[in-house]
Design a protein around this ligand. Structure first.
Ligand code: FAD
Length: 456
């Protein structure tokens, strides 16, 4: 898999952008954003000084959305659409957007980097809100202010949508070992450098066992680890690499689209993918390059270890998290309004939600549409009826052309069980022949539609 010159150029542009986030102002000696478009508000504030962010005064009720992922982008765009008098600010720490969906295909060169990256400034310009590039480091719930790396911002309504963080505590409590796991064998389930590292690993891979793990709990994107096993096996096959994909699954079996993935593992990659269900990783020996489960031990030439997930750390900092039945530190919210329990006007959405919805982009996007209605309803004084998020998820099982499988489902609340379950499930697990290539085309069209919905 050769890097195209175009991709190499795009890579360096992104790297340069990431490095160039702040530059020292020679005259004042303070940090200053290098972004100059009007929507990207710069600031000369010093962290922790209590200085206000350098922003024009709000002309209407201010809605601050933290996290420019699938959830935050959708909330920001549609709140502004439904409450045009609101002053909507999207606070995101990154300078450009990288998608999780379709990133598995980029790992093996099936799509260009262009396909999975996007421009926050464009989204802000097109949709008339402000993109403020900063990291949120604190929330003053009484004073209704957030503290960011570029100054403080007051809010009337606050949405926290920071996505997931990793919880390595089942594998190690030693920070040095956790750091090595994160740096040397990243999970690549938080898009960005981790994804780039995994792609480089595959490019350099010369053979042997490539070990990957599937965590328990409600982890980010149930099908994605199985999709990734398929695309990597496809790549080994195509490139003639004498490698095995060892997939160690903490769950009793494939957690979703089991027939589709199970048959692809057997029929397409019988000699490449070794799938081990109910194999919870107990120990990883980085010196010996060995993984130990309760039943087996595996040597690895390289690996991507996906640990349990937890709610983004910002929730803990803000004091709005609780352990859910699935994961630690998820949002402590009313599941129908997304409002933080006991905290008026603060909402949490996306993968941080404690409800057992699929942690997927489509879910976060449709939920974002609904939450925008809730917030616009508060501003406009109208009542909003609960709407289920929708999980539409295509997964690739082989490349060139992409063959895929899909699931489409909503959710309903079971008052007796006090839990949500799937409703209206439509599965298409046929990856063979024309049905499979149509699902592959569906995957690409779905992604383009989602990008249009969030950015255009
Ligand atoms: C490999 C892979 C494949 C996937 N495949 C699919 C798929 O096929 N279909 C599908 O629907 N979903 C898929 N997903 C899942 C999907 O990407 C997530 O469910 C979705 O991104 C969740 O949206 P979110 O807004 O909650 O979090 P994110 O999209 O992660 O966004 C969170 C944002 O918050 C920002 N942030 C965090 N903390 C702070 C802070 N303190 N200050 C400022 N900004 C902050 C982060 O930088 C990030 O941009 C996949 C994910 C991966 C990784």
């Amino acid at each position: 898999m050769a890097f195209s010159r175009r991709n190499a150029l795009k890579f360096s542009a992104i790297a340069a952008a990431a490095i160039g986030v702040t530059a020292c102002n020679k005259d004042t000696g303070t940090a200053e954003s290098t972004v100059s478009a009007p929507e990207a508000a710069a600031s000369t504030a010093t962290v922790g000084s209590g200085s206000k962010a350098f922003l024009p005064p709000a002309k209407g009720p201010r809605v601050v959305v933290v996290g420019g992922g699938w959830s935050g982008l959708s909330v920001a765009k549609y709140t502004k659409k439904m409450a045009p008098n609101a002053d909507v600010i999207l606070v995101e720490q990154r300078q450009s957007f990288m998608s999780g969906p379709v990133s598995n295909l980029w790992l093996v060169g099936e799509v260009d980097l262009d396909f999975i990256t996007n421009d926050y400034l464009q989204a802000a310009r097109e949709n008339k809100y402000t993109y403020f590039q900063a990291t949120v480091v604190g929330v003053d719930k009484v004073g209704k202010t957030i503290q960011t790396s570029n100054g403080d911002i007051d809010y009337d309504y606050l949405v926290l949508a920071p996505g997931i963080d990793y919880d390595y505590s089942q594998w190690t409590t030693d920070p040095a070992e956790e750091l090595r796991l994160k740096t040397e064998y990243p999970a690549a389930f938080i898009p960005g450098s981790e994804t780039m590292t995994l792609r480089s690993k595959l490019q350099d891979f010369e053979g042997g066992n490539f070990v990957m793990t599937v965590p328990g709990g409600n982890y980010r994107c149930l099908p994605a680890p199985y999709e990734r096993a398929c695309v990597i096996a496809d790549y080994f096959k195509r490139e003639g690499i004498e490698g095995k994909v060892i997939l160690l699954d903490e769950n009793a079996g494939i957690t979703i689209k089991a027939d589709g993935f199970g048959s692809a593992f057997k029929e397409l990659y019988g000699d490449i993918i070794e799938y081990y269900p109910a194999n919870k990783v107990e120990k990883i020996d980085l010196e010996k390059k060995m993984v130990y489960t309760e039943f087996e031990e595996f040597e690895f030439a390289d690996a991507a270890f996906y640990p349990h997930v937890r709610g983004g750390k910002l929730l803990e900092v803000a004091g709005v998290s609780k352990d859910s039945p699935f994961n630690k530190h998820e949002a402590n919210i009313d599941p129908f309004t997304y409002e933080v329990i006991g905290e008026k006007d603060i909402f949490c959405s996306g993968d941080v939600r404690p409800m057992g919805f699929s942690k997927s982009g489509n879910t976060a996007n449709t939920e974002g549409h609904y939450l925008a209605k809730v917030i616009a309803g508060r501003i406009n004084g109208t009542q909003v009826k609960w709407e289920s998020p929708l999980t539409v998820c295509f997964s690739a099982v082989s490349m060139s052309p992409v063959h895929g499988i899909s699931i489409n489902a909503g959710y309903k609340y079971d008052a007796e069980a006090k839990a949500f379950g799937f409703t209206g499930v439509a599965m298409n697990e046929e990856w063979r022949d024309k049905v499979g290539t149509n699902n592959g085309k569906g995957l690409m069209e779905w992604a383009k539609g989602m990008y249009r919905d969030m950015f255009a």
